[in-house]
Design a protein around this ligand. Structure first.
Ligand SMILES: [Zn+2]
Ligand SMILES: [Zn+2]
Length: 137
């Protein structure tokens, strides 16, 4: 007599909670082809996700940029200036930021992860304010 399968613990797989399949695929196997680079001011952050949600993420972050913001699908000429970010790899422990129905994996050091997260949240707030002011016109 073996115990019924239903007693097995549910695997702790955060990626299964992402509705967007393209994001899931990109997060599962981030490689040279699937990694994009978000340039915001002096930051260069490697990202994994589908094109659509990377775009949403970068445009929200771009609203907070003082000088420039860009999304590249190749490593920029100057490379990544932060040595800790350069060493960061996407893994199961690496945090992902939910973006609409998708999620974007951030391959940066702790410091720059929290900076880009703050920028993203500020950008989303700004977007909401812009939308709200359009609605009341
Ligand atoms: Zn997606
Ligand atoms: Zn860094």
């Amino acid at each position: 007599m073996s115990p019924p399968d239903s007693l097995q613990p549910i695997p702790d797989d955060p990626e299964s909670a992402i509705p967007c399949e393209d994001c899931q695929a990109a997060l599962r196997s981030p490689g040279r082809e699937t990694i994009s680079f978000l340039l915001v001011d002096e930051l260069t952050i490697p990202l994994a996700g589908c094109e659509e949600h990377l775009d949403q993420f970068s445009s929200a972050c771009g609203l907070t940029a003082q000088q420039r913001s860009d999304l590249l699908d190749f490593l920029p000429a100057g490379g990544i200036s932060c040595p800790a970010c350069r060493l960061a790899r996407h893994s199961a422990e690496q945090p992902v930021i939910p973006v609409d129905a998708g999620a974007v994996g951030i391959m940066a050091c702790q410091e720059h992860f929290s900076e880009i997260l703050t920028r993203f949240h500020t950008g989303i707030e700004t977007q909401h304010q812009l939308t709200a002011s359009l609605d009341t016109s």
